[in-house]
Design a protein around this ligand. Sequence first.
Ligand code: APR
Length: 228
Amino acid sequence: MEKIVILTGAGISAESGLGTFRDVGGIWSQHDLADVATPKGFAKDPALVHAFYNARRENCLAAAPNAAHRALAALEAARPGRVTIVTQNIDDLHERGGSQAVIHMHGELLRALCGTCGHRWEAPREMGVDTPCPACGAHHARPDVVWFGEYPYHMERIEALLAKADLFVSIGTSGTVYPAAGFVAEAAAHGAQTLEMTLDTSEVAPLFDEARPGPATETVPAWVQSLL
Ligand code: APR
């Protein structure tokens, strides 16, 4: 049976109430990403960066998975071992929607990382400059998320999945941030069919074989239904 790799972005969580980045009124229109999503910004003002992610963590904990997250979980349940989600999202809505094979290439809001010893642990609801590392005791904790200028996580695993995919599906991402924006070309070069499901269109739209535009809570369940 075919192997499916699904790339998701902020658009899949939009209808759960989590803001996207580049839509009108999006997160990057309210905050300067250089201040809150770069190593330099964190070095300059860690308290500001913690406040930004604390607020996003609160939103995430208050949000619930939507019909698109649940449909992808149903697809995985029907085809165990054949469906992998590679998400750019740092929320945990795929997991709470029931998906198990989820790769967080941009890290996870609910995890913390020690800048001194590299230990990772479950993030407290509120993190701050005084949050100690449970392993080494240093006060150098950061959210375990990938900032601009840092390498995304799990790239070797993702490349291997893209090379073997029969179908590559991109959901709710603007196709502006690499390397994720390059996955469609990579999967296609290895012979995968490609499908895009985003609200309108993306920067890499011409590279897809097929597009199913619209809100994810409508397009994704309908697509899953068509496969099952
Ligand atoms: N259903 C489907 N797609 C939607 C919906 C919806 N309800 N609402 C918005 N979208 C689409 C938009 O049309 C847009 O194409 O989701 C996309 C969101 O794009 P971005 O805001 O750029 O988010 P994303 O592509 O995930 O951003 C990539 O940039 O700053 C970062 O690290 C951050 O992981 C993020 C990365």
